[in-house]
Design a protein around this ligand. Structure first.
Ligand code: ZN
Ligand code: ZN
Length: 411
């Protein structure tokens, strides 16, 4: 018997370092989690350097590696994937930026980097799309709203580069920066000029917009400037289905993850009530994943809440979240013909409130997998498992082999 489908569950930022608040345990080792432990007991476990030992992964580079796309080849900045996440159809070579709507004072100083946490900026983004003209540079652009105060900008044209800086001063009370070339070159100079022109024209449009007049009247910060950062060039992604011969879907609340999915041709399944937070509808996600697997070969599901608790430094909340989702993962125990992979994308230790390079625990469970002696899913126990220590880009090849879809190398 061999599994022929793959459920790939990424518990975002799940692993940790010893937490003083938990008597020196990690949230994962302190949590009561019978379902994850049973899956570990029925499978093979190990630890994983998502990118390579000592490299602290972002969620984006980590997920690229987990899907088998070398981030050193495919990743030049967060912008392009953010663009894809807002629904922009990014073609290879286009330059993408992540943007924020922000507030500047009449004197030109950034006074709120999130524009009063404005939401529903679609009309503002439409006004920018219709009003800004970059044709004198021979450049087309697409500007789209994201969630809340976020947006994304994509540039398309000859002679552009992603090696430009940001206009975001990253703090309040100072003027926005001028976008500059990050290395000498005509493409870099041109792209910086395009960006500065975009900011100038869009700022004028935003200052005059009725929505902002209304916000000022209501005592709210207007969204009167676009801050852009994370420039990157869209990579030439080989479609997932072509690369592996597997159809698939992505289930995630995070636009960055759904953007990565779209970039490799994996559609995103919408689920009501998923928030990317500790209150997310994990039950709905699990049911949707199981349903998808009726017609698809592969589902990538990301559950985000633990990462958020790690960034907030809340070890007990992180442990409680793990206990909550563990119960909601119970339907996975009955999943037939499916290889279940569970791992983190990086550690998010509560003690550092950011990602670290500590390897993440990984388990693979399904028919035909060589079970090891590991009966608990945590950082310490998985380190003793039969998978030993692997890298993120090795995971898809290992999974393909286990479902008998790997090709023989040699005679
Ligand atoms: Zn992550
Ligand atoms: Zn994070």
């Amino acid at each position: 018997m061999t599994a022929n489908k793959i459920l790939f569950l990424v518990l975002d930022g799940i692993s940790d370092r010893p937490c003083p608040a938990l008597g020196g345990k990690t949230p994962l080792s302190a949590a009561r989690k019978p379902v994850l432990d049973k899956l570990a007991a029925e499978g093979i476990c190990g630890i994983m350097d998502t990118i390579s030992p000592g490299v602290r992964p972002g969620s984006d580079t980590a997920h690229l590696a987990l899907l088998g796309y070398d981030p050193y080849r495919y990743y030049t900045g967060r912008g392009p994937l953010e663009c894809v996440g807002t629904g922009i159809d990014m073609k290879a070579g286009m330059i993408g930026f992540r943007c924020n709507y922000a507030t500047i004072s009449p004197q030109g100083q950034v006074i709120d980097r999130r524009a009063g946490r404005i939401h529903d900026t679609a009309a503002l983004s439409r006004a920018i799309q219709e009003g800004v003209d970059l044709s004198k540079f021979g450049v087309e652009f697409i500007f789209r709203s994201g969630a809340g105060h976020r947006a994304a900008l994509a540039l398309e044209g000859e002679g552009l580069s992603h090696c430009v800086s940001s206009n975001d001063p990253k703090k309040e009370g100072v003027s926005p920066l001028t976008v500059k070339a990050m290395r000498p070159g005509a493409k870099e100079e041109k792209t910086a000029a395009v960006c500065n022109e975009f900011v100038n024209q869009s700022t004028k449009i935003l200052f005059d917009h009725a929505i902002n007049a209304d916000r000022l009247k209501a005592g709210q910060n207007p969204a009167n400037i676009v801050l852009m950062r994370g420039a990157g060039e869209m990579g030439d992604f080989e479609p997932f289905q072509k690369k592996y011969g597997l159809s698939g879907s992505v289930i995630s609340a995070a636009s960055l993850i759904t953007g990565i999915g779209r970039a490799v041709g994996l559609p995103h399944i919408e689920i009501p009530g998923i928030t990317g937070s500790v209150n997310s509808n994990v039950k709905g996600k699990v049911a949707a994943a199981i349903n998808e697997l009726k017609t698809k070969d592969f589902v990538l599901m990301n559950i985000k809440g633990a990462d958020e608790s790690g960034h907030d430094g809340l070890a007990e909340q992180k442990r409680d979240f793990i206990e909550k989702i563990d119960g909601e993962l119970e339907p996975l125990l009955g999943l037939k013909d499916t290889l279940i992979i569970i791992c983190g994308d990086h550690s998010t230790p509560c003690t550092i409130k950011d990602h670290s390079a500590d390897p993440v625990p990984v388990l693979i469970r399904g028919d035909g997998v060589r079970m090891d002696d590991v009966v608990r899913y945590d950082e310490y126990t998985c380190a003793k498992g039969g998978l030993n220590r692997i890298t993120g880009t090795a995971l898809m090849p290992i999974a393909l082999d286990l479902i008998n879809k790997a090709h023989k190398f040699g005679a």
